[in-house]
Design a protein around this ligand. Structure first.
Ligand SMILES: [Cu+2]
Length: 697
């Protein structure tokens, strides 16, 4: 979520190290030992399947093709390099030994020509097959942009003077700077700017070990990394800067002695197998990939049912992650982070260690992570390999089955398979996981950890707390505490929302799918006869969604609303089409104003969207949502048109939101918070698929 501090974020040097890693032919899977197949050879060296991610050699080849094309200056960076996935029809018909097409998509950012391009390269023929100038849209920010932005800001005398006036001396570019870097967002004042822009805010505490002290919201700059200039500098009077305890690296601030420790329980064992890019766990099977923007992608998720392998989802991914702050104050109104498209979930992902970030029984997998590649031969420099970006482990999940009658019991404990990755994004770190269950359901879980963003105020006492302490009437935040919570004297934690958009290309028993909405109606019925009375009655209304424009739907807890993706051509024994239901487990309503509905944030306006499958439509907010032009139309809003979504290949987009009103307990380091959504078989199986695992001890 939250942008990128120079010190806390990944530097260009780290990016260069990544490159060295990819070029050094890394990686693969590798867990020392686990049940099932063990690999002898690197999975990525030679693609065995059309969906295998780009290998280190292929990424090197992409760079080579782009450099030799002569179209880009030596001051170019090739970023966001990922497999251009072949059309689904070709993938589904693939047989081992078939020819495998290998194309890569990339963004070329030419800092000398001040232009950026969307490029597609055919690796096998070593040719550029598509080259599109991006005009004003800009590919997401890379390490070089952050370095340039920091350099521009720390050399600008007006910025340095503005900071100095607030008691924040910066001694020029040599000093590391605690600043928050982000895309400029949808800013009408910058529509005429043709540069590559970065918005920069500063921290009030440049001295602590912890990067995230309160944000200085009285100085803000927009810089153009192409021209090296400050495009706009905003300065407002505001609250004097004071030191507050926020440094979580200080044990006294953590109050380390005050907590009674409960040691973590140890979980052992594993019963899944990884073979190349395929994971098998009980009846479940899935293929995985990893790329700079989305990080982990799951493909071809299937379930073996009575000896038949049945497809459920062709491709599951996180298509965008946004956090949006709800404070209309001058600097805060720009505070939004399109983390995936601006920074890259795969790019910023980090290695995990079993027993630390993930349970001790986890297997970690090390995909090739293509970081930006500089065109100039003198960059990058060799470095240490980084790996272990994907984790997979099993966990106890309560009871799967339980029946007791007299002294007899049938029971089975539940185990879940968790597969995901960890992404530090500035002040927050997200753990993004897919969770598979023995009852045929699966879930997405986002675990949010880290530090809330805060600002300083003059007051030390909570102005509205008298109401809750016994005064009558409703209360309203005063101006200082607007849109936030006084989490500590003089520190307001700012209200915000976290949004995740999941893209699920369902293929429930094949590609011809449809969606119906299920609403439970609770109606009282008159019971006739003697002692007539009202009795509760429950009815479910099913509505098939015919067209994409009708399938912009919102969760409704009162109606226990769910949506079932079904296959009209695959019927169960009762004639019911087989299906999978989307079950919201909590959600929220967007805080974006209506004027943002058509743009990149538009996916937050509805929880469920359904569109016809179209090649290349992988992101709710499109391929280049950073610095969108006024007529940017690569968004769900425009795709949700009059096209039919009945009995055809469809894609389900689920927007999962959390409104975070900070509490004192969230400061200075919040406890982890989990949000999730469940995908549950709804007539997919003839009966409980876990029935056979029940035992009578
Ligand atoms: Cu939050």
């Amino acid at each position: 979520m939250q942008g990128w501090w120079t010190r806390g974020g990944r530097s260009a040097a780290a990016a260069a190290r990544d490159l060295a890693v990819t070029l050094a032919a890394v990686c693969l899977l590798g867990a020392p030992s686990f049940a099932g197949t063990l690999l002898a050879t690197p999975a990525f060296a030679v693609p065995a399947h059309p969906l295998d991610p780009l290998s280190a050699e292929e990424i090197a080849a992409v760079k080579d093709i782009l450099v030799r094309s002569g179209r880009f200056s030596a001051q170019s960076e090739f970023a966001w390099i990922q497999l251009d996935e072949p059309p689904k029809a070709g993938v589904e018909g693939f047989r081992p030994g078939d020819d495998i097409p290998r194309k890569a998509d990339a963004a070329a950012i030419d800092y000398a020509a001040r232009k950026s391009f969307a490029v597609t390269v055919d690796i096998k023929t070593a040719r550029i097959v598509s080259l599109q100038a991006l005009d004003r849209s800009q590919p997401g920010l890379i390490g070089r942009d952050i370095e340039l932005a920091r350099d521009i800001a720390t050399r600008d005398q007006r910025i340095l003077q503005a900071l100095a006036r607030r008691g924040i001396p910066i001694r020029g570019p040599a000093q590391s700077l605690r600043a928050l870097y982000m895309g400029v967002g949808t800013d009408p004042a910058l529509q005429h700017e043709r540069g590559r822009l970065v918005r920069v805010l500063f921290g009030t505490d440049q001295d602590a070990d912890n990067d995230y002290g309160p944000i200085l919201d009285t100085v803000m700059a927009v810089v153009d990394v192409y021209s090296g200039r400050v495009v706009s500098l905003y300065e407002r009077p505001g609250v004097p800067v004071v030191k507050v305890p926020h440094d979580v690296f200080d044990p006294n601030v953590r109050n380390a002695a005050g907590a009674r420790l409960v040691p973590p329980v140890k979980v052992t064992g594993r019963s899944f197998a990884v073979d190349g890019n395929v994971v098998d766990w009980g009846p479940w099977r899935m293929r995985f990939g990893f790329n700079p923007r989305e990080g982990l992608v799951l493909y071809q998720i299937s379930f073996e049912d009575h000896g038949r392998r049945r497809p459920i989802v062709y491709r599951a991914s996180v298509s965008e992650v946004v956090s949006r702050y709800g404070d209309a104050g001058d600097a805060w109104r720009w505070m939004e982070f399109f983390d995936e498209s601006t920074f890259g979930l795969g790019t910023l992902s980090t290695a995990v260690v079993p027993g630390r970030e993930v349970p001790a029984n986890a297997v970690t997998l090390s995909p090739v992570t293509p970081s930006p590649v500089a065109a100039a031969p003198d960059r990058p420099s060799p470095g240490e390999p980084e790996g272990a970006r994907i984790y997979a482990y099993e966990r106890d999940a309560g009871n799967l089955l339980y029946y007791r009658q007299g002294t007899r019991t049938i029971q089975q404990r539940a185990t879940e398979l968790v597969i995901g990755f960890l992404v530090p994004l500035g002040n927050y770190t997200y753990r993004l996981s897919w969770v598979f269950k023995q009852d045929g359901s699966f879930a997405f879980e986002a675990e949010l950890a880290g530090e809330i963003l805060t600002r300083l105020i003059r007051g030390s006492a909570c102005s509205d707390c008298g109401t809750t302490a016994g005064e009558r009437g409703s209360h309203r935040d005063d101006d200082e505490e607007r849109s936030g919570t006084l989490v500590h004297p003089r520190v307001v934690g700012v209200d915000h929302q976290h949004w995740f958009n999941l893209r699920l290309d369902f293929d429930v028993d094949g590609p011809g799918n449809a969606v119906m909405e299920n609403n439970v109606r609770l109606v009282a019925q008159q019971r006739p006869g003697r002692g007539a009375s009202e009795v509760p009655s429950l009815a479910v209304a099913h509505t098939v969604l015919e067209r994409a424009e009708e399938a912009k739907r919102d969760a409704d807890e009162d109606a226990s609303r769910s949506w079932t993706i079904f296959n009209p051509s695959s019927l169960g024994p009762t004639g019911r089409p087989v299906g999978y239901a989307v079950i919201p487990l909590g959600n929220t309503r967007t805080i974006y104003p209506r004027s943002r509905e058509e743009g990149p944030a538009g996916f937050t306006f509805h929880h469920l969207w359904v569109t016809p499958y179209r090649d290349g439509e992988l992101f709710a907010d499109g391929r280049y949502p950073n610095q969108p032009t006024r007529n940017y139309a690569d968004t769900l809003y425009f795709r949700a048109n009059t096209d039919s979504i009945y009995d055809r290949d469809i894609v389900v987009w689920y927007s999962l939101g959390e409104t975070h009103v900070p509490r004192p307990e969230d400061y200075p380091l919040m406890p982890d918070m989990t949000v999730s959504v469940l995908f549950r078989p709804d007539g997919f199986f003839q009966s409980n698929p876990a029935l056979g695992s029940g035992a009578e001890p």
